[in-house]
Design a protein around this ligand. Structure first.
Ligand SMILES: Nc1ncnc2c1ncn2[C@@H]1O[C@H](COP(=O)(O)OP(=O)(O)OP(=O)(O)O)[C@@H](O)[C@H]1O
Ligand SMILES: [Mg+2]
Length: 333
């Protein structure tokens, strides 16, 4: 087996709220192998963005933040790096695309200058080479007339085209890892499909690893090799995609799967929901984070954090239900 591209060990990310440091990410372990697409799913507020942005330390600039644990990228702990060192890695060895391309692209620069800038900055190539490579990138991501697109400002492009340009900029320096934080949420359904297909195609062509963050379990099932389910700062279940969809274990994962609309409609049932909503950081329950919304929770779940249990090889779940009896191999608490 190859060395992992990214290994996150017991990561905690804390923000000051009412004079206390509260964890938006609370003990996350995660490994991404070269070329693998790893999905992170969970409701709004579960910590997906904070966790993934921590890999690039994107929150360090605008807010007080404290990190604990390790983020090993090709074996180097990024939490020990200076922000200057981080600037060299961003958009170069690790890239990111966000939900809203218009907010991420500069409104006052053409596509050409934004694409060329990243190439000249990180690859130290000439203007001519950067221009040639920029056109190639736009071609690769399926922009029909790249030379024409180069001259445009982002607001002159459709949402789908803007997201393609974002992807071209993110991939220009051939990163080892692409973080895609809800890259299709702001797009209409047909464009969503095209962008997902593009990401899958680029993963096959370029072999980069992808951390794919989404609310959309449908997208995960088509795209990802493995899935981590996140709830209130913790990974509560982790398995290969097919295994997670066919044998979900955690009550939260089962709830999320039951909420996929087309499945519910096929069964002619009313669309189910998970009762309640993700609590705020100042109301994290003492025991299992999910206990306030779990119909199977008992006294122990409310009092004590559950262990992470390897229920079957490669399939872990953080739930008391699997800690005894069905327990095969406890891998951490
Ligand atoms: N600077 C901050 N200070 C305090 N709390 C914060 C800060 N940034 C994020 N949080 C909190 O961290 C938690 C996780 O936020 P995050 O944005 O990672 O959620 P998410 O899973 O990405 O949600 P969504 O699906 O809506 O994007 C939330 O409760 C959020 O309010
Ligand atoms: Mg988010």
């Amino acid at each position: 087996m190859q060395d992992p591209i990214l290994e996150i060990r017991n990561l905690r990310v804390l923000f000051p709220v009412h004079k206390k440091w509260l964890p938006a990410v609370d003990g996350v372990d995660l490994t991404i192998q070269p070329g693998e697409i790893t999905g992170i799913v969970g409701e709004s507020g579960s910590g997906k963005s904070v966790m993934s942005q921590s890999v690039l330390r994107l929150r360090d600039h605008d807010t007080a933040v404290r990190y604990e644990g390790e983020i090993l990228f090709e074996k180097e702990n990024l939490l020990k790096w200076s922000l200057k060192q981080m600037r060299n890695i961003r958009g170069n060895r690790i890239s990111v695309i966000f939900q809203d391309p218009l907010n991420s692209l500069s409104p006052v620069h053409t596509v050409e200058s934004q694409l060329m800038e990243v190439l000249i900055l990180h690859k130290k190539i000439s203007k001519e080479e950067a221009k040639k490579k920029s056109v190639q990138m736009l071609k690769m991501i399926g922009i029909p007339n790249p030379e024409n697109c180069m001259k445009k400002y982002p607001f002159e492009l459709s949402g789908g085209m803007q997201q393609r340009v974002m992807i071209a900029i993110a991939l220009a320096c051939e990163p080892k890892l692409l973080i895609a934080d809800e890259p299709t949420t702001a797009l209409d359904v047909t464009i969503q499909e095209q962008i997902l297909y593009l990401i899958q195609d680029l993963n096959k062509k370029l072999g980069m690893s992808i951390l794919f963050i989404t609310h959309d379990l449908g997208a995960v099932s088509n795209l990802c090799h493995s899935v981590k389910v996140m709830y209130l700062g913790q990974i509560v279940e982790d398995a290969k995609t097919e295994e997670l969809f066919t044998h979900p274990l955690h009550p939260y994962t089962k709830g999320l799967l039951a909420c996929i609309p087309h499945l519910a409609v096929e069964r002619r049932k009313e669309l189910p929901t998970i009762p309640g909503s993700v609590p705020s950081l100042s109301h994290i329950p003492e025991g299992c984070h999910f206990c306030t919304r779990c119909h199977e929770a008992d006294e122990r779940c409310r009092k004590m954090p559950p262990p992470v249990v390897e229920a079957t090889p490669g399939h872990t779940v953080k739930c008391w239900k699997y800690a005894e009896g069905g327990k095969k191999n406890e891998v951490g608490v």
